[in-house]
Design a protein around this ligand. Structure first.
Ligand code: SF4
Ligand code: SF4
Length: 98
């Protein structure tokens, strides 16, 4: 049986992080992972601007964005804001099974 994402009633109330966000890797929270279609992506950087965890960065050497999955908590904002639907949120367990 596939694991199901927790509902809001199962999550502890008012959880507060006990260390700076740079030291606490919020990627552990992720259920869905953003996966980018390199062909569709126009490098407009909107996902970089909207990501609340700074999990997307611009690599000037590559001329491309990069995801840091150690800090991506899978909120899906980047996928929602991408103007060309280049980002798909993938259930991580399914990705591991492939
Ligand atoms: S918002 Fe979409 S098109 Fe723009 S850089 Fe991000 S993935 Fe690429
Ligand atoms: S899913 Fe959320 S945290 Fe992860 S890269 Fe996209 S906007 Fe950032």
């Amino acid at each position: 049986m596939k694991p199901q994402p927790k509902g809001w009633k199962e999550i502890p109330i008012a959880g507060v992080c006990w260390m700076p966000s740079e030291e606490y890797q919020t990627g552990d929270w992720r259920t869905f992972k953003p996966v980018r279609d390199l062909e569709k992506c126009t490098r407009c950087l909107l996902c970089y601007i909207y990501c609340p965890d700074s999990a997307i960065s611009w690599n000037p050497d590559k001329g491309d964005i990069e995801f840091d999955y150690n800090f991506c908590k899978g909120c899906g904002i980047c996928a929602n804001e991408c103007p060309v639907d280049a980002i798909t949120m993938v259930f991580e367990q399914e990705e591991k099974e492939e």
